[in-house]
Design a protein around this ligand. Structure first.
Ligand code: BTN
Length: 263
């Protein structure tokens, strides 16, 4: 299949941000863009630096999973956030806001109706199109570096192997090859806008999230390692956590693990 390397100037012309992506590290191959920015390489980079790789050899997902992505087919990149006040205040909303911004970009460019799956998966037609992995390094009691790692399946025509959620790509859903450069710019443009709403409160991100989260009101299973909890996913609370009504009719706040609808 015809794969093209990422064309930085096509991306840059569409980028409307002030901070995000203004410093850009392009790598042909690396272990993981998250690892790159968490390492010393990320220490002297400015806030908002994006590290992009055509291929990751050890791409990581949440809950110790791997993230595999065919070379030059998709978007695999990480964003460095080193504003420790921003991290301390909004950590959980950075998580929710990132998946929201990706969903909005997919809506605008491709007229999809993406669904958000707590805490940060983006699904299209019930299949996973994007995942996010937040990782941090801390100094003393405060986070000094947060890395927001994003994988979006764009042009990959086929997915082999076993997945916890069936994967898809934009191309698979639309049947055409997609401009990765335009999509990356649109995601970063949306992301900067979503992050900028936090200072006025977190209602915007929470409400936009709730509108796109189909699990609210459903019976779900929450898994965290060997632990399993069942209940009704009643709400996303003001901290961005799940409010679960358990079988014993108690309400429990969940801020970890994997959630699936159980039939
Ligand atoms: C998940 O859905 O489990 C999260 C997947 C996150 C994948 C991205 S790809 C860029 C960045 N580097 C990594 O190693 N992981 C994230």
């Amino acid at each position: 299949m015809e794969t093209k390397l990422f064309d930085f100037s096509r991306f840059d012309i569409k980028l409307e941000t002030v901070v995000l992506g203004r410093d850009f590290v392009y790598l042909d191959e690396t272990d993981s863009t998250n690892t790159y920015l968490l390492s010393e390489e990320g220490d002297d980079k400015p806030n908002g630096t994006v590290c992009f790789a055509e291929k990751q050899n050890k791409g990581r997902g949440r809950l110790e999973r791997t993230w595999s992505s065919l070379k030059s087919n998709n978007l695999t990149f990480s964003i460095l956030i080193n504003d420790s006040d921003f991290i301390a205040k909004y950590l959980n909303f950075i998580n929710l806001g990132t998946s929201l911004a990706i969903a909005q970009a997919l809506e605008t460019l491709f007229q999809f109706t993406p669904e958000l799956k707590w805490p940060n998966d983006v699904l299209v037609n019930g299949k996973k199109i994007s995942g996010i992995l937040l990782e941090s390094s801390s100094r003393g009691n405060s986070f000094n570096k947060l890395v927001v790692g994003i994988g979006v399946n764009v042009n990959q025509p086929v997915f082999h192997g076993e997945y916890n959620l069936t994967p898809t790509s934009v191309r698979l859903e639309l049947g055409t090859l997609i401009d990765r450069e335009r999509l990356l710019a649109e995601i970063l443009n949306n992301l900067e806008e979503v992050y900028s709403t936090f200072k006025d409160g977190t209602d915007y991100v929470l409400n936009q999230w709730r509108n796109r989260c189909k699990m609210i009101g459903e019976k779900v299973t929450v898994r965290d390692g060997d632990k399993e909890l069942y209940g009704i996913f009643t709400e996303i609370d003001d901290n961005g956590y799940i409010l679960l009504q358990t079988e014993r009719d108690e309400f429990q706040t969940i801020n970890f693990g994997d959630v699936s609808v159980h039939l």
